[in-house]
Design a protein around this ligand. Structure first.
Ligand code: NAP
Length: 268
């Protein structure tokens, strides 16, 4: 597994597992928890060592249980979770209570990467939340910290006022919405990009182009698109309820796209 070094030297596996519907009835985002950890178990068996969770997914306990009951040691895997800022900011005590709940549900005493999930329209409040993340980072409870869905205008106040630089910005990036300008902005500030929904946006025409490329390497259209992202140092977190698909998304380290392939993919 290729690792990406974050700006604080922590290493993150370049392919992680999305989890937002794992353990839920009908694989539905709003589904009730089924009580088993099937998809996490498969992911571990397939070799995933990076798991992307979030408070808003309401299934951190599924991720925590799956990992905790596996044979893996804590230092063998990387967990991300995110503060639910869907409704903005609700005070210092709210943040610390939410963090404690995440630690408990994930059955761990530290989190490898902790993100502010969504920006909102108040940069002073965003900086206030960032300072709490910095406290946890300085205590070693968070090994790295970052943001998600932040644009330049949201990141700038943190870059100007923070004492710890964000390690990661997790953003939407896939066929039809690569978000190249923001990825470049992240890169120019030494912030790694994680692409969410990396397999979205692939219509039949795009699939045909990607599969044509994949056929030359014995790879699927999904493997080609994930490879495209990791070749430009974008970390990906595909999610699948199919064990074989999970395995395929990890099996992308034995081929290399040509400049022409990359251009065709960029143009999709
Ligand atoms: N930060 C944020 O605001 C944010 C927002 C959205 C998502 N996320 C994170 O990003 C993760 C991934 O995004 P996502 O769940 O929306 O979608 P995704 O991973 O882009 O795509 C999932 C879809 O792709 C299929 N798939 C997965 N692997 C495949 C493969 N190898 N070959 C063919 N098809 C494959 C799955 O179907 P099968 O199940 O049939 O394989 C499913 O329909 C989420 O789980 C979550 O952790 C974060």
């Amino acid at each position: 597994m290729k690792l990406v070094k974050l700006n604080n030297e922590l290493e993150i596996p370049v392919v992680g597992s999305g989890t937002n519907t794992y353990g839920k009835e009908d694989n539905a985002f709003k589904g009730e928890l089924r009580g088993d950890t099937q998809e996490i178990d498969w992911a571990i068996e397939n070799g995933y060592r990076h798991f992307d969770s979030a408070q808003v997914y309401a299934n951190e306990e599924v991720v925590g249980k799956g990992l905790n009951q596996s044979d893996l040691k804590r230092e063998d895997y990387f967990i991300t979770t995110k503060l639910n800022t869907n409704k903005g900011f609700a005070g210092h005590d709210w943040i610390t209570a939410e963090i404690e709940k995440s630690l408990e549900k994930l059955q761990t005493d530290y989190i490898d990467l902790f993100l502010i999930h969504f920006p909102w329209d108040n940069s002073d409040e965003i900086v206030e939340v960032w300072r709490v993340l910095e406290e946890y980072y300085n205590r070693g409870v968070f090994k790295s910290i970052g943001v998600s869905n932040f644009e330049e205008k949201h990141l700038d106040p943190i870059l100007q006022n923070g004492t710890v630089k964000p390690d990661v910005n997790q953003i939407e990036s896939h066929v039809g919405k690569w978000n190249d300008a923001l990825i470049d902005y992240n890169k120019s500030n030494d912030i790694a990009t994680v692409a969410w929904s990396p397999l979205a946006g692939i219509d039949e025409d795009a699939k045909q182009v990607l599969q044509e490329i994949g056929d030359r390497y014995g790879k699927t259209y999904a493997q080609v698109v994930l490879r495209y992202q990791i070749e430009r140092d974008v970390i990906v977190i595909p999610k699948s309820h199919n064990k074989e698909h999970q395995a395929q998304s990890l099996d992308i380290f034995d081929f290399e796209l040509t400049a022409d392939d990359r251009q065709r993919i960029a143009d999709l």
